[in-house]
Design a protein around this ligand. Sequence first.
Ligand code: CA
Length: 157
Amino acid sequence: MNTVATESEAPRPVILVVEDEAGIAETIHYALASDGFAPEVCATARQAIERFTAEPPALAILDVGLPDMNGFELFRRLQDLPGGKQVPMLFLTARSSEIDRVVGLELGADDYVAKPFSPRELVARVRVILRRSQRLATPPVEPMGSEANEPLALEKK
Ligand code: CA
């Protein structure tokens, strides 16, 4: 078993999962949770908007076929919420048709996964997207300890 102490100490990134099919939602929840994420499942677009409004997640996975709203429409609504444009989003497309994928990517989604999908592949995609977005968002890190060393050099009068 691989245990990485530093990973368990870091806050788990919240992944909003919007999926109305309970079986699929459970599979995704399990795969994400066992990989160090904090998944939160919503079965409807309305719930997802409420959840997102309360606090934007680290990433959102949107099913295209939702009972109360098309996933593409939900994507647009989430993007318009405060902080919405900073949250990477990935579509789950039910059909193998190219149309869903193309529309999703044209809207500006970060990725899509076609059902049926491998939970491992989905989690891997989530990791890649998060790494990419963190690299863009995080400013260069200054070397640690430089502050502690500096006063010695500055004390020369
Ligand atoms: Ca669905």
